[in-house]
Design a protein around this ligand. Sequence first.
Ligand SMILES: C[S@@+](CC[C@H](N)C(=O)[O-])C[C@H]1O[C@@H](n2cnc3c(N)ncnc32)[C@H](O)[C@@H]1O
Length: 216
Amino acid sequence: MSTFDLIDHDIEAYCEAHTSPESKLLHDLNRRTNLETVNPRMLSDQLQGQFLAFISKMMRPKHILEIGTFTGYSALCLAEGLAEQGELHTIEINVEYEDRIREYLSQSPLGNHITLHIGDALEVVPSLKKEWDLVFIDADKEDYRDYYDVVFPRVRQGGIILADNVLWNGKVTQTVAGGDRDTRAIMEFDDYVQQDGRVRNLLLPFRDGIMMIEKK
Ligand SMILES: C[S@@+](CC[C@H](N)C(=O)[O-])C[C@H]1O[C@@H](n2cnc3c(N)ncnc32)[C@H](O)[C@@H]1O
């Protein structure tokens, strides 16, 4: 269940009731994340998971990069669309999540297509010599622009970058409190993408806002 407040809750419940359900593995992962982690609202949910899986299945990417694994929910959804020999690399800075992520990856038939990197994405991304078809940015909000800049040269022409939480629970349209660095960073990122002549972009008002970016 989403905890974001941008969509009317009845509408959201109706959408969930008319969207394919989670697999048993994703349902368990979702449930355990809610029971056992301090900040479970970071997790993608059924709707966003299906959205990511749809995008990936439409693209059939060979190489997917995810920045911000958390417990692995979105990685497993994105991996559903991988091409036959495709691979997904996902980066998580918090070593405390590592065992849990590996446990879930090992239970999935897609697990052997997924490589988990524990470390800071800003250091790990330059070390991955791949050409990315699809990138999902979903880590520290203050660093969104840096993730974008570090990954952009390695995204193929026509490749897609998705950035989550770009409406930041609606705070982007409100007066920003002095110390609210996350909201400022998200607004700067949104403006940066909007002014980037190298891309075509769509800010989708779905869940907490997803910026869809195509490299021209
Ligand atoms: C919103 S959660 C990711 C949720 C996950 N993508 C999903 O949809 O289920 C953000 C994650 O990014 C991680 N993170 C924050 N800064 C990072 C960095 N510089 N490099 C890699 N991971 C980072 C956090 O520890 C956290 O687990």
